[in-house]
Write a protein that binds this ligand. Sequence first.
Ligand SMILES: CC(C)(COP(=O)(O)OP(=O)(O)OC[C@H]1O[C@@H](n2cnc3c(N)ncnc32)[C@H](O)[C@@H]1OP(=O)(O)O)[C@@H](O)C(=O)NCCC(=O)NCCS
Length: 153
Amino acid sequence: MIPSLALRPAGVEDAGLLFDWVNRPDSLAGKRQTTAPIHWENHQGWLSRLLANNAARLWIIEIGGRPVGQVRLAPDAAGRRMVDIFILPEARRGGLARAALLHALAEAGRLWPAQPVYAEVLTDNLPSHGLFRRLGFALEQTAAGHSLYVHQA
Ligand SMILES: CC(C)(COP(=O)(O)OP(=O)(O)OC[C@H]1O[C@@H](n2cnc3c(N)ncnc32)[C@H](O)[C@@H]1OP(=O)(O)O)[C@@H](O)C(=O)NCCC(=O)NCCS
């Protein structure tokens, strides 16, 4: 338990915050399909669709009321529920991602019982491999440049 940690559902008012975070180099570097900076109009459309999608959830992670990251659950094109997480560099290595992912997994279990949660991790993203393994994710598949992990409900 991290004192003053809170996760709140994201809303349209978080568009600017999320836009700043998604276009940071280390955020883009962790993505497989998105490599170039995202444009504002595309970001707004993406966020609106996500917030309207009842099969998805997006939370802002806060410490003492200050936003320090986001965690998201959303189905991919194949219908797998993927998790994505970003923590601001200055807030890392304090257990925040671990705590936020535990929250997201608990919510997934409550909302969508018996459905697995997947994480896609680029091969060279070593922190994320450790993070997901330690949370009980199992390696499902390795492909060129990335691995797919699964957390069974
Ligand atoms: C990956 C990321 C979310 C980790 O956030 P964090 O808050 O620093 O992670 P935690 O402090 O909760 O660490 C939990 C575990 O993850 C692993 N880990 C995290 N950072 C690590 C690092 N730099 N090197 C090695 N292992 C690391 C460790 O196993 C760690 O457990 P430990 O501290 O007991 O060793 C963060 O580095 C980040 O936002 N990176 C950019 C975006 C990204 O890659 N997202 C993942 C793709 S879905």
